[in-house]
Design a protein around this ligand. Structure first.
Ligand code: GDP
Length: 472
């Protein structure tokens, strides 16, 4: 085993056989141990006892085989279904065997151990998908889409990831790269075989073609901000004095949104976040700023913690209490919120009208939207959601269709390509010779290549797959 294999872009991987539990930890109806590599079949054959004695796993193709997985000493570990996907018609393009166990921790762990004891190596996070990339089944943007698909928190985020997996972004990028390449080729031919009328005319043609590429880039980038919102969501904080109704409001919002509410561990921290999806944008409501605390929040948590939470938030909902009116605490909080994207929710309007005092409070928050709500009766909740979404989307173009690009890495690469081409246009205006301008063209091509991986270094690739979950 351990044959080195040279793949896409000159990357090398040890072509050994890897294995991991591919389903999430915890109890479930089934759990899958996935094995990939040249020895996958040999290894699983060694621990698998098919029910039908005439079945040879080595000859089975694209179907499930029923039987038992057994230990070295013959002890039965679990009753399983084994799926065989042969190279190259598999997720990794290698031979892949998936053992469908009963979804309990022990069955899966023992099955995995049996596989490892026969010579497979425990896969690193993302290693299956990395092999799919290295073997050319997916490009880099598509491989990243796999992680996005798993982590999507809204229907829009999911649609974006699926579209990227389908290669829509990759196709656009490759198209742009082609344009750059043919432009480079034309220039180089020109430089190699100069004709008499080389000069301004060629420069004009060059600039026209660069502008065309720039326009195309601009169209793709226009949806970037919205795409990122759909993909990453916005960290949202509900702030307000004690008893203003923050918890009630949060619950009312989540109840309204019940069909798509998720409760997932925060990706960056060990915080449980509730996700409220408004107009396709996941508003991540982290349990910070005393969201769930009772008692005097500003006092208890300290003004510092509240300030930090507000500073980090992409959206603040300042909750006021119409029944209690505007107090010193509201002013203190408004001072912290000022300058941040914010919505003032005047709560408990079933008890008392909001009144002029809240308009004064809102005046301390430039650009803030004011909505009167009642967490109790549900009045004003749709308007509050609208205001929250509107605040988050302010200034960000929505194309009315699913944006093409959502990941920061991709957006940055596109922006780099755009900046290089803009610089080229400027340099051309300053009279730079055309052969020097080709350097920018080449670099722009390179920047785009980082998206699909046609020009991405090993370091970039490793970083991307490291963030994957185990077994993917
Ligand atoms: P928090 O401390 O800001 O989280 O406030 P809570 O959500 O715990 O609410 C404080 C009290 O106000 C509770 O007794 C709620 O039932 C009540 N409350 C919250 N929202 C409303 C509302 O819209 N109308 C009325 N009448 N009572 C509310």
């Amino acid at each position: 085993m351990g044959v080195k294999k040279l793949t896409r872009g000159g990357n090398v991987y040890e072509e050994d056989t890897i294995a991991a539990i591919a389903t999430p930890p915890g109890e479930g109806g089934i759990g899958i141990v996935r094995v990939s590599g040249p020895e996958a079949l040999v290894i699983v054959k060694d621990i698998f006892r098919p029910r039908a004695s005439n079945v040879d796993l080595g000859r089975v193709k694209n179907r499930l085989v029923y039987g038992h997985v057994c230990d070295t000493d013959g002890t039965c570990i679990d009753e399983v279904l084994v799926g065989v996907m042969r190279s190259p018609h598999s997720y990794t393009r290698e031979d892949v065997v998936e053992i469908n166990c009963h979804g309990g921790f022990v069955a899966l762990q023992l099955t995995l151990e049996a596989v490892l004891s026969r010579g497979a190596r425990l896969a690193e996070p993302g290693e299956f998908t990395k092999r799919a990339f290295l073997n050319g089944r997916l490009d880099l943007a598509q491989a990243e889409a796999v992680a996005d698909l798993i982590g999507a928190r809204s229907v829009e985020g999911h649609r974006l990831a699926l579209q990227q997996l389908g290669g829509r972004l990759s196709g656009e990028v490759a198209g742009l790269q082609d344009k750059l390449l043919s432009l480079l080729a034309a220039i180089e031919a020109e430089l190699d075989f100069p004709t008499d009328d080389v000069g301004e005319m060629d420069r004009e043609t060059l600039l026209a073609r660069v502008r065309d590429i720039l326009e195309h880039l601009a169209v793709i980038l226009r949806g970037f901000a919205a795409g990122r919102l759909y993909r990453e969501g916005v960290s949202t904080v509900l702030a307000g004095k004690p008893n203003a109704g923050k918890s009630s409001l949060l619950n009312a919002l989540l109840r309204q949104d019940r069909a798509i509410v998720t409760s997932v561990p925060g990706t960056t921290r060990d915080v449980i976040e509730e996700t409220l999806v408004v107009r396709g944008i996941p508003l991540r409501l982290a349990d910070t700023a005393g969201l769930r605390e009772t008692g005097d929040q500003v006092e208890k948590l300290g003004i510092e913690r509240t300030r930090r939470a507000i500073e980090l938030a992409g959206l603040v909902v300042l909750v006021g209490d119409a029944a209690a009116g505007v107090t010193r605490e509201d002013h203190a909080l408004a001072a912290l919120v000022a300058g941040r994207p914010a919505v003032l929710a005047v709560n408990k309007v079933d008890l008392a009208p909001g009144g002029a005092a809240f308009a004064e409070l809102a005046a301390l928050l430039p650009g803030c939207r004011v909505v009167e709500v009642s967490a109790l009766t549900g009045a004003g909740l749709p308007e509050l959601e609208e205001a929250m979404a509107g605040m988050v989307l302010a200034g960000k173009a929505l194309l009315g269709e699913t944006p093409l690009v959502a990941a920061r890495r991709h957006g940055q690469a596109l922006e780099r390509a755009r900046d290089l081409l803009l610089a080229l246009v400027e340099k051309s205006g300053e009279g730079w010779p055309v052969d020097l301008l080709t350097i920018d063209l080449r670099e722009a091509w390179q920047a785009l290549g980082e998206i699909t991986g046609s020009a991405a270094g090993e370091e970039v690739i490793d970083r991307i797959f490291r963030d994957f979950c185990l077994g993917k």
